[in-house]
Design a protein around this ligand. Structure first.
Ligand code: GDP
Ligand code: MG
Length: 723
């Protein structure tokens, strides 16, 4: 690689650039946050950092740097989409396109041998590498000493820093290392630490190595590494095609030359009995083993800790006990979402009612007052009530994720997943769908096979997201009795779990069906690494809870506010002329007429026109259903701020005098919400992630059909049974 080191040295004052690279779960984001004092999500499972983030950080009194947190990757020979993003960028670096001044290779020190694989790839690049041995809090307590100086020499890294992102120590040393390494104008690892390729193999690679050295001016170390990569995997060669735009040396003829030399080498290798597809892996792991041997690094020292996790895993991932525990945990979570949240929820709804009454008494009667009280306070208020429940749910989900338990769930489910045509890697995105489909769909980028990924995306919106919670919660709270089944299990919590299960089971069923119909491409195999159990970092859990809550309130403040205002208008006008009786205000309005218009379509599901209006407005976001009903009831009742639960319970049919809603209708509506595709944001993200209109349209279509059929089965079936 040709780069002007003097130039780099001068840049130091204006800010040096640092790249954080490492395996998923090695703690890159935790280090990034600690360096930049920003707070991004840290998670205990692969694929969470799908987009790279950059931030300014202080190196010392005088200088600042820019650090970038890249998606986790096991290797720069790409296997999956998010690995390719990193590999592509690194190839651009070595072709002179703004390489960082320093690479921080983050490794999980308690899993050194596997983590060092990527490190050995990085040291070959010719960019100075600082090896950050993270999670030393876990290693030191076991009394392991690593001969740092020797390791440094053998690996060819510029500096080795032990640190703990969790305990927040080692960062002073890390900053100092960044400072000194970026100032080393001529760092180059000692030649003998470069990748050691056995002679017979090297001979077959030689023509390709020479070509790369000559055409791209690679160092001999880099040329050997790249040749090895190109021969091992097609994906490594494919990356070069993307270079054409930024590097004029990359031409079609040259690419063809590389391809020919590659095929030739592969043929020779195979005839020598070296399978080319494992070439790089074999050579690098051999080297890592030798290195760790040389520093008499005793992997047994970590056994104690691993067995502790393993012992726990014997129970938690047991064939039968494991899933039982999982269901119990889910039940516990949803039950506490109900019971613990009632106190703050009652308090919030009371305060909102007080506030509404206060506004009512202070403002003069008229349209403006109606808009404020019925439209805005009624609509937005009805949604804010659910904040405590969302916060509790996110709190528990984050703990499950960060502790490493979610990865176990994925592991347990892997057997089932492959049976239903999915992949072990699909589980984690699916599980994050319980919080929100958007991050879940983004996280599918870790899935290598396009088919598996597409199916996962298509069924992911069936996982009950937190925006459905307000709807379930309102309906369960109003219509499902708070009794106990067998005097033990709360009926309300049980119904809630049923809704979550319904979505999940359907997602599995459909992926099985989709996998039969969507045309196959080659399957990829994948062995999942289980991260060790960890006590979650509470600061990061609370931050996650906070940012979800903020998002929810922001949504309430924007989308729901806007919809509430529009809705208030179309539900209040035209006003009933004097002397017109037998029809309510809302029924007479535009909204009422709209609802009435679609009533025939939704009647078989047990829904009336008020719910119909909610179904239309909640296309923007599911929770809008609740604010819509609140606004409608508030407009009908002119004198008071109504409590939505009470007014739904006491709403009667004006002709028969029967209650308008029942437990059966509530169930039918909840089932509708389990399946219906009411989320514009999901539609948009599926559009971008699949890069087509076809798949989001397909998703909408199948979900809508499902919602209508399932709801009518529930309602009509219930009627037949006499409910
Ligand atoms: P990334 O995937 O490389 O970005 O890793 P994260 O920063 O998301 O961290 C993965 C998990 O490891 C999280 O649960 C962190 O809380 C945890 N973690 C990060 N650094 C440390 C550390 O130094 N010690 C311990 N014990 N845990 C850590
Ligand atoms: Mg990360």
């Amino acid at each position: 690689m040709s780069r002007d080191h003097k130039h780099r040295h001068q840049q130091l004052k204006t800010g040096i650039t640092v790249a954080l690279l490492g395996n998923p779960n090695s703690g890159k984001t935790a280090i990034f946050n600690q360096l930049t004092k920003l707070r991004h999500k840290v998670s205990n499972y692969p694929g969470v950092t799908v987009e790279q983030k950059s931030g300014l950080f202080k190196i010392n009194q005088h200088s600042k740097g820019i650090v970038t947190d890249y998606p986790g990757t096991y290797s720069i020979t790409p296997e999956s989409l998010d690995e390719r993003i990193v590999a592509e960028e690194i190839l651009q670096w070595i072709h002179g396109n703004s390489p960082p001044d320093v690479i921080i290779s983050v490794v999980d020190a308690s899993n050194l041998s596997r983590n060092l694989y990527l490190t050995t790839q990085l040291t070959d690049l010719g960019i100075p590498v600082v090896l950050a041995m993270n999670m030393m809090d876990r290693v030191q307590s076991k009394g392991t000493n690593i001969d740092i100086d020797k390791l440094k020499k053998e690996l060819g890294v510029a500096e080795i820093i032990s640190l703990s992102a969790k305990k927040k120590w080692g960062f002073k040393e890390l900053r100092a290392a960044i400072d000194s390494v970026s100032a080393m104008s001529d760092f180059s690892p000692e030649a003998d630490c470069a990748i050691k390729i056995p002679e017979d193999i090297r001979k077959t690679l030689q023509p390709l190595i020479l070509l790369l050295e000559k055409e791209f001016q690679y160092s001999s170390m880099l040329a050997a590494a790249q040749a090895l990569r190109i021969i091992t995997r097609n994906s490594a060669f494919d990356l070069y095609a993307h270079l054409k735009e930024i590097d004029s040396r990359v031409t079609e003829t040259l690419l063809q030359n590389i391809l020919n030399l590659r095929d030739q080498a592969i043929e020779e290798l195979e005839s020598l009995g070296h399978p080319h597809r494992v070439l790089e892996g074999t050579i690098r792991y051999q080297r890592i083993d030798d290195t760790l041997n040389d520093i008499s690094f005793d992997t047994n020292r970590f056994v104690k800790e691993t067995t502790k996790s393993e012992r726990v895993d014997k129970v938690l991932t047991h064939r039968y006990i494991g899933p039982t525990i999982f269901v119990l945990i889910l039940y516990f979570i949803f039950n506490s979402v109900f019971t613990w949240a009632t106190i703050p929820m009652d308090w919030i709804s009371l305060e909102i009612a007080h506030f509404g009454e206060w506004v009512l008494s202070k403002m003069n009667p008229g349209s403006l007052r109606d808009l404020f009280v019925d439209g805005i306070i009624g609509g937005v208020g009805a949604i804010l009530v659910f904040l405590p429940q969302i916060l509790i749910l996110v709190f528990f989900l984050t703990i499950l994720e960060d502790s490493g338990y979610m990865a176990r769930v994925a592991f347990m489910m892997d057997r089932i997943m492959t049976k239903v045509g999915l992949h072990g890697k699909s589980v984690l995105p699916l599980m994050s769908g319980y919080a929100c489909a958007i991050p879940g769909i983004m996280a599918t980028r870790t899935i290598d096979s396009w088919k598996d990924r597409l199916i996962t995306i298509l069924v992911l919106p069936l996982m009950s997201c937190s925006a459905r919670l307000p709807v379930y919660s309102l309906l369960i709270g109003s219509f499902i009795p708070a009794t106990k089944i067998f005097g033990l299990i709360s009926m309300q919590g049980f119904v809630m779990v049923i809704m979550y299960f319904l979505g999940t089971v359907t997602a599995f069923l459909l992926s099985w069906i989709f996998s039969k119909f969507i045309k196959v491409e080659s399957k990829s195999s994948f062995v999942m690494e289980l991260p060790p159990y960890r006590i979650p970092i509470m600061g990061s859990v609370f931050h996650q809870v906070y940012s979800r809550g903020k998002l929810f309130v922001k949504n309430a403040g924007q989308i729901i506010l806007a919809i509430s205002i529009v809705l208030w208008f179309i539900a209040s006008y035209p006003q009933i002329p004097e002397g017109h009786t037998g029809i309510s205000k809302v029924e007479y309005s535009y909204a009422g007429r709209m609802g009435k218009m679609i009533e025939p379509v939704i009647e078989p599901l047990g829904f009336d026109w008020k719910i119909g209006i909610g179904l239309i407005t909640s296309f923007a976001a599911r929770e809008v259903m609740v604010s819509t009903l609140a606004t409608l009831y508030n407009i009908e009742d002119e004198e008071n701020i109504v409590m939505l639960r009470d007014s739904m319970k006491s709403d009667v049919d004006p002709i028969t005098g029967d209650p308008r809603y029942s437990a059966l209708i509530a169930l039918s509506l909840m089932v509708f919400y389990v399946y219906a595709a009411q989320c514009l944001a999901t539609f948009a993200i599926v559009r971008t992630e699949t890069n087509s209109w076809k798949w989001p349209m397909f998703m909408m279509a199948y979900m809508t059909i499902l919602a209508f059929s399932a709801s009518s089965i529930v309602y009509q079936g219930g009627r037949l049974l006499g409910y």
